[in-house]
Design a protein around this ligand. Structure first.
Ligand SMILES: [Zn+2]
Length: 354
């Protein structure tokens, strides 16, 4: 019995790379190319050593983060956009769109292409959700570029990015939707979350049922500097809406939840027959490395609520979604991945033997 297991995406960047980016003051300086190349090569090698059947490039080149990598450096933006507040007290800010038309500067298939040159096992690619990028459009509007036009452009760009990743052979494309849980915090009425779900479903509806089997959505309470932005939001407010998304796979942070069984019961009630649920079994923001046995037990617990043919495992989140986050070492990240892989195999054996 093989239970599918996949990472979320990011691995902490090598400290030499972070220091060099800081020293040069420009993440795109060509003098960094050899450091990036080495970071990607080393990440993929170490990822494969963990035994993870699916890997990523660790998002080594996603500067500055998983959220704005595709729009960073656009001329028609200003730095004073939407702010994400973290429980630890710090904030992260995204750019604000100042004029149309909205176009990506980078599509994530560029990273995938490089990773595929190095990798010997399947590679997945994470992309940012349309709903996250929709927060770039200012509340007061943009003269000559109405919101409806922006949304059309946004959906086109997102579709292009996902298609390029699928066509280049991504094992799966994962849409990062960390703002889903945050939406409940920002707007407890649920309107904002519903608008995010509707927008992302508009994007997903552009793909065939066959394509959607390779498309997934990741939800988490955020993870930056060992802190979250919406860990205090009740999953009961999010999961029923989340599972309305027309995606084939769901990557749901669970290891760091206080009441996993409660979340699993909600998932059982709302999941659809065509959906696979990858439950988080290791917690990147917890510095302690889980044991394979602990991971196994979490999976056996999940299997009581999710049919085994619809179950998979994952990490709760990326290990450093923001590229300058040094709160987790590369060593710890890979050891946690290893625990996920070993624990998932142990659980598969036990379930098989029943
Ligand atoms: Zn996450």
């Amino acid at each position: 019995m093989t239970i599918p297991t996949e990472p979320i995406g990011s691995i902490p960047r090598p400290l030499e790379l972070i220091d060099a980016v800081t020293a040069l003051g420009n993440h795109a300086d060509p003098r960094l190319d050899s450091l990036y190349e080495e970071a990607i090569r080393d990440t993929i090698e170490r990822f494969e050593e963990t035994g993870s059947p699916v890997i990523t490039d660790g998002e080594q080149r996603k500067y500055h983060n998983f959220w704005t990598y595709c729009v960073h450096g656009l001329a028609n933006t200003a730095p004073d956009g939407f702010t994400i507040p973290f429980a630890a007290g710090h904030t992260r800010r995204m750019p604000r769109l100042t004029a149309g038309p909205f176009r990506y500067k980078v599509y994530a298939d560029r990273y995938l292409e490089v990773a595929l040159r190095h990798a010997r096992v399947p590679v997945k690619q994470a992309v940012i959700s349309p709903s996250a990028l929709s927060l770039m459009y200012p509340a007061e509007g943009i003269a000559g570029y109405p919101r409806e036009e922006f949304i059309d452009d946004l959906l086109d760009e997102h579709e292009t990015e996902v298609r390029r990743c699928l066509q280049k052979g991504a094992h799966a494309v994962q849409i990062d939707f960390t703002e889903g849980r945050l939406a409940i915090k920002l707007d407890p009425s649920g309107h904002l979350l519903n608008s995010f779900i509707d927008l992302n479903n508009l994007a997903l509806s552009r793909f065939s049922a066959e394509e959607r089997k390779r498309i997934g959505v990741h939800t988490c309470p955020g993870g930056d500097r060992d802190s979250t932005h919406s860990g205090d939001v009740d999953y009961a407010e999010l999961l029923p809406s989340l599972l309305e998304l027309q995606a084939g796979n769901f990557y749901i942070a669970l290891a760091g939840e206080l009441d996993r069984v409660r979340a699993l019961k909600i998932i059982r009630r709302h999941m659809k027959p065509e959906q696979r649920i990858f439950v988080g079994v290791v917690a990147p923001i917890d510095p302690r490395i889980e044991t394979p046995e602990e991971v196994r037990d979490r999976i056996l617990e999940a299997a009581e609520y999710i049919p085994i043919e619809q179950l998979g495992t994952t990490d709760d989140c990326g290990f450093s979604p923001f590229s300058d986050d040094t709160s987790t070492s590369r060593h710890t990240a890979f050891e946690k991945v290893r625990a996920r892989v070993l624990g998932t195999a142990l659980a598969g054996k036990m379930i098989e033997g029943r």
